[in-house]
Structure formats: C-alpha cells, structure tokens
Design a protein around this ligand. Structure first.
Ligand code: BGC
Length: 267
C-alpha cells in the first residue's frame, strides 16, 4: 500500500482519466477527494469504486469504516470555487498530501474563429484553475510545514501542435512552463511537481473522434503501438508519481502516448 495514510484530491474525477486515477490511488491506500462539475452521477460512481477499493466498506449496511472517499462539486474555471475545493478537502480530512490537477476541456475551431468565451473557458479550467488550485495547496503545505506532491495531467499537446485547438495547446504549453518554474520554486519546501502527458486516450473528451471512423483510422496510423490508450494506462504512472518512490523526481513531463509524440516515418 504505497499511499497508505495519504490524502489525495483528483480534480475532474467523475469520468475518464480522472476517474481511473481516483480509483487507482484509493487501491494504493489513499483517502481520495473526488471532484466534479457537471456529472454528479459520474462522481457517485467514482466514489462507490473508491470506497470499494478501500476494502473496509460494508455495502449491505451502507457505511465504510475509514472514510476512504469524499466528493465535492466545484468548477475549476472559477477561482473562488477552486479555493473552496481545497479548503473543503482540508476541512474534511484534516490535510492534503497529493493534488492531481486533472480537470481539462478542449474546444475545436479554426484559430480565426475562436471566440473570447471559448478561449476563456479553456484557459480558465486548464491553466488558471491549475495555477490557483496549486497555489492553495502549496499555501496549505507551507502552513502545515509538510512536503507534498503535485501532478498535472497535461497532454502530448504541451509539446506537439494540434491544429484547430490553439487555446488548448496554449493552455498545455503554459502548464509545461508552470511545472518547470514551480519545481524550482517549491523544491526548498519538499514539494514536487510533475506533468503526465497523455496522448489519445479513450475517454469522453474524445467522443466525437471515437465516432468518426475515418479520423480514428488516421490517428491510429500515427500511434506506433497501434491502439488508443485506456485510462488505466495513465493511472499507474500517477500512483508512482504520488508515492515515495518518486521523491527525487520534479519538474519533468512523462508521456503516455503509445509513441505518438516522436513518431515520424516516410511512407
Ligand atoms: C486531446 C485529445 C487528442 C489527444 C491526441 C489529447 O490531449 O484531449 O482530443 O485526441 O490529445 O491528439
């Protein structure tokens, strides 16, 4: 149980990669705060699995001994909500040790048609939300004089262009430099920060693509391992980065992309 005694918050954990991470951290022994914005039913599903993973639950009697999971609704695109999320997590469990900044959105449009509203929506959740969630987490760790771990779920598009997703790329590129900068600034406090950069993972963010046989076929041709990733391909790495085995790792990005990023071949 690598994460026994640790408390972790996973933003955007009502579905997809975030849900898999929440369950995986619970399986490793952590108490997990689940967060959702628009899918409370998904958060309930995550919570049930987190509690089941905890092992000390009695579903027939309807209770768990050890309070392994707790769910909080909050919009990562709103700084007040972000601060409340961290404060409520700390109030509930008494502390936080691990923050997984997973919540993210994307909007598809040619650059010259992107509206200010869509730009703000993407940047607010993917970059501003991460900035202020991390800030609130760091304030808590410094106040309580404890080390901690921050893991950002970035994307291959912190490195790789993604035409028609300019704001998304800008947000993930920003996340790359935020992590590099904070790795230096937070190291004296024993706080590490790393990025996990998934490629094409089969999750709700990709629903449109998954239903478009032609686009999906073209994408698969670009993935050397020849398949889409699954959320569990990402969650194991997050468990490792959240554990003591990763104490000496900070400021890095880890790609989980089946080889997509560096694939170049002449036909
Ligand atoms: C995006 C997906 C995309 C994948 C690979 C992810 O960051 O959210 O929409 O399919 O990168 O390009």
């Amino acid at each position: 149980m690598k994460l026994a005694g640790k408390v972790a918050l996973v933003t955007g954990s009502s579905q997809g990669i975030g849900q898999a991470i929440a369950i995986r951290l619970a399986e490793a022994g952590a108490q997990v705060v689940i967060n959702y914005r628009s899918h409370p039913e998904g958060a309930d599903e995550t919570l049930a699995k987190v509690r089941a993973a905890g092992g000390d639950c009695h579903p027939a009697e309807g209770y768990c001994d050890n309070d392994r999971g707790y769910s909080i609704g909050a919009d990562l695109g709103m700084v007040d909500d972000v601060r409340r999320l961290i404060a409520e997590s700390v109030a509930h469990y008494g502390r936080l040790d691990v923050l997984v900044n997973n919540a993210g959105i994307e909007k598809n449009a040619p650059f010259w048609e992107v509206t200010e509203k869509d730009f703000d929506a993407v940047i607010n959740v993917n970059l501003k939300g991460v900035f202020f969630a991390t800030q609130a987490m760091v304030q808590h760790l410094i106040e309580t004089q404890r080390p901690g771990k921050i893991i950002n779920i970035s994307s291959v598009h912190e490195e790789l262009p993604f035409p028609n997703f300019a704001a998304y790329c800008a947000s993930k590129g920003g996340l790359k430099m935020l992590t590099r900068d904070l790795s230096v600034e937070l190291a004296p406090y024993g706080i590490t920060i790393n990025n996990v950069a998934p490629g094409a993972i089969e999750t709700p963010i990709n629903t449109k693509l998954l239903n478009d046989a032609e686009k999906l076929g073209a994408l698969l041709k670009n993935i050397p391992l020849g398949r889409l990733g699954q959320p569990k391909d990402v969650s194991g790495l997050v468990e490792f980065l959240a554990s003591g085995d990763a104490d000496y790792i900070t400021g890095s990005t880890f790609f989980v992309d089946g080889g997509l990023t560096w694939n170049y071949q002449e036909q």
